[in-house]
Ligand binder design. Structure first.
Ligand SMILES: [Zn+2]
Length: 233
């Protein structure tokens, strides 16, 4: 196998490892994100708060009605009890009873409105609870998928790392040194293939002399522009 071919194979293996590592990182990011869940939790808590407030208002409205009914009952008892015979006093009581009755109707209307508001708040709360549980279920499903994907990538990396020393055995140390140096300084790509007599990494046309060296199994040629090791043609 030519020197450049060996480095090219090493390059493919290292790129596959790097790609799998990037994918794992992306999965970890997604697993760490819980904005949607956080939003659903906030919505549910807010709806619960509204519901509790409306329930409190309803209890107050119910008590107001009860108090008013008791007041009216007391006035009516006096009015129809037969103990009061004074005409003026009876008239006053009648007026008071009528006024209490009118206000009772106002309070009953308020109670009805409060009941409707509680119903609405209950419905709204139920919707947020349902949305929350759906998000939780989806999340679990999504997480299970991502975790199994991550495990597969980790296995792949492990196997590639185990195979790497085998690829290194026939590579001359100075080639490996050049490869590692270029990999660091050239965004992980140390070997560029040749297509149409040009470097596929940077597009530079390869002069014939360099091209001949690149084709030779015993020599290493580098791109004049990006300095990557050239392979193929
Ligand atoms: Zn180049």
């Amino acid at each position: 196998m030519s020197r450049s071919k060996q480095l090219y194979r090493l390059q493919q293996l290292d790129s596959t490892i790097a790609h799998a590592q990037v994918e794992i990182k992306e999965i970890m990011t997604i697993l760490g994100q819980d904005e949607v869940l956080q939003k659903a939790l906030l919505n549910e808590a807010a709806a619960k708060g509204v519901l509790e407030k409306k329930q409190k208002s309803l209890r107050k409205a119910e008590n107001d009605v009860k108090d008013q009914e008791a007041k009216l009952k007391r006035v009516k008892a006096k009015l129809y009890g037969g103990n009061i015979t004074n005409h003026k006093e009876l008239e006053d009581l009648q007026q008071k009873s009528a006024s209490l009755q009118r206000y009772l109707e106002v309070l009953e209307m308020r109670q009805l409105e409060a009941m409707m508001e509680v119903d609405e708040a209950e419905e709204n709360h139920e919707q947020t609870t349902q949305a929350l549980s759906e998000i939780r279920a989806n999340r679990e499903e999504q997480h299970a998928e991502l975790l199994s994907e991550k495990a597969a990538l980790e296995t792949q990396i492990r196997e590639l790392v185990e195979n790497r020393p085998g690829l290194l055995t026939n590579i001359p140390p100075k080639d490996l040194e050049l490869y590692e140096e270029l990999r660091k300084s050239r965004a992980g790509i140390a070997v560029a293939t040749i297509a149409n007599k040009s470097c596929t990494a940077c597009g530079t046309r390869i002069p014939s002399a360099i091209y001949q060296i690149a084709r030779s199994p015993s020599q290493i040629a580098q791109c004049g522009t990006c300095k990557r090791i050239l392979h193929g043609g």
